[in-house]
Write a protein that binds this ligand. Structure first.
Ligand code: HXC
Length: 257
């Protein structure tokens, strides 16, 4: 499908989605949300695709929600339309989505990166929640996900001052999994995504679900959830094949069943 505000390209089993509103530094308006949700639904439904990469431009992953779109809105309109609630659907993508962030990931941009399963950062990446400078606050989960990712002290400081974190600090704080030279970012992210896409698909979904459960449950419930999913994987063809392949010293061939 063709979209107005994003580019979608299949690279083998990897769907590469590029935010593409360069003149607005990829500011996230309702069209980007609609395009992204449609692309993610296609990706989830397509058995030939195993992992997605979400990226922006060299200068900006995304410089936030579209300020010009929000500017004239009042409380009644925001509340009635449940503004930003649609972004929750993005987090319901069942296959993994990697954020490949170069340049600015500010406000909603930082929040969307954090909605992805993990973040690979270019050495040029800059993360921040500057909404306070506009008289508002994070509105797409930033105050919650940033706090869980980097702890209260850094999250509070960033939300209250709007200061940006560079890639080094973000890696030290645990916001990003790795730093990659900007020129290699997308290629490396596609490589990582390809490795994931070649894993047994049911095990991929199960691993994603259980790591996410760590954010939502107590330790005891999370460990129980993990163990039950683990038991469940013993009902799959890919478990039989994976263990047989190991014993027979050959690569596994997955059916996704
Ligand atoms: C709409 C944006 C935008 C945004 C940039 N642009 N960010 N438009 N919404 N979030 C537009 C600019 O208006 C400008 O358009 C063009 O993109 C280039 O931006 P410049 O500012 O000229 O670029 P530069 O000087 O390089 O500065 C880059 C920047 C700055 C530091 C990233 O653009 C900036 O501070 N942007 C806003 C960051 C921010 O506050 N994000 C949080 C948004 S609120 P023109 O037409 O002038 O060329 C948010 C809210 C979530 O995300 C919840 C709140 C309710």
């Amino acid at each position: 499908a063709e979209y107005e505000t994003i580019l979608v390209e299949k690279r083998g089993r990897v769907t590469l989605v590029t935010l593409n509103r360069p003149k607005a530094l990829n500011a996230l308006n309702s069209q980007i949300l609609a395009d992204l949700l449609a692309a993610m639904a296609d990706f989830d439904a397509d058995d030939s695709q195993g992992c997605a990469v979400l990226t922006g431009s060299e200068k900006a992953f995304a410089a936030g929600a579209d300020i010009k779109e929000m500017q004239g809105q009042g409380f009644a309109e925001m509340y009635a339309s449940n503004f930003f609630a649609g972004w929750e659907d993005f987090t319901r993508t069942r296959k993994p989505v990697i954020a490949a962030v170069a340049g600015y990931a500010l406000g909603g941009g930082c929040e969307v990166a954090m909605m992805c399963d993990f973040i690979l950062a270019a050495d040029t990446a800059k993360f921040g929640q500057p909404e306070i400078k506009l008289g508002v606050s994070p509105g797409m989960g930033g105050s919650q996900r940033l706090t869980r990712a980097v702890g209260k002290a850094k999250a509070m400081e960033m939300c209250l001052t709007g200061r940006m974190m560079d890639a080094e600090e973000a890696e030290r704080a645990g916001l990003v999994s790795r730093i990659i030279p900007a020129t290699d970012l997308v290629e490396e992210a596609v490589k990582v995504a390809t490795a994931i896409a070649e894993m047994p698909p049911l095990a991929v979904k199960a691993n994603k679900e259980m790591v996410n459960a760590a954010y939502e449950t107590t330790l005891q419930q999370g460990v129980q959830f993990e163990r039950r999913l683990f038991h469940g994987l013993f009902g799959t063809e890919d478990q039989s094949e994976g263990m047989a392949a190991f014993v027979e010293k050959r690569p596994g061939k997955w059916t996704g069943k």
